[in-house]
Design a protein around this ligand. Sequence first.
Ligand code: PAF
Length: 277
Amino acid sequence: MLIARTLEDLRRHCATLRGRFDSLALVPTMGALHDGHMALVRAATAHEAAVVTSIFVNPLQFGPTEDLARYPRDEAGDRAQLESQGCHLVWVPDLATMYPPGDATTINVEGPALRWEGDARPGHFRGVATVCAKLFGQVRPDRAYFGEKDWQQVQVVTRMVADLRLPLEIIGVPTVREADGLALSSRNRFIAVSERPQAARLFATLEATARRLAQGAAADPILDDARATLTREGFAVDYVALVDGPTLAPLAAARPLARLIAAARLGSVRLIDNVMV
Ligand code: PAF
């Protein structure tokens, strides 16, 4: 497995890989890799592609009160996992490469970025869109892979790629879960042991709620029930919403492409999840 830490190395290694493979696939990550990321790497190896995984903890997508400093970092562990899954190249840029001094350009996506995580984490999607646009320009992949746990992120990046006519395809990969349903996330390690059994109730509540919504009844009272259930389970609920999958616009009742999305805090950890309706 190759490693690039400078743009010069990245260009050289990508050129080599392009000569040997039919296409190039990018898996953008912030490290602290888990089986959810490995599912992205495995999906990316389809189409005889060379797989490039980027590891960069992107300060621009963290708010001033968020957990940038405590975001887990384990480059050696990440590299071992990536190698075992057949990743071909790891791209580990430093801060000055991603945000050179005097840098004055960011990307602001509206539409799917406006609500939910966009409200709860002002500036978050500007950070995500900006770093993804930079990574796409550096690696020039044919496809990039994102986990559907961050459903809104997938839609924001897809919108950006369509609007800027960027020459790549965005692929969402289904969420990988623990046996009890908890969606894998780098932040799960911060869930208190005593609260871990409750954490799985987020997915269980979403599944039960999605089944009720799928009958076609008005969404509001069903969503109120879901919020009340989660609050009883010990969550501080940010939102539980029925939305149109691609645009994230709220829906009054289920219809094709509807998605049930939620964010709730359990102790010091903010969990997000979503299911198809
Ligand atoms: O999902 C993530 O890990 C990050 O938001 C991403 C896509 C790597 C951009 O920093």
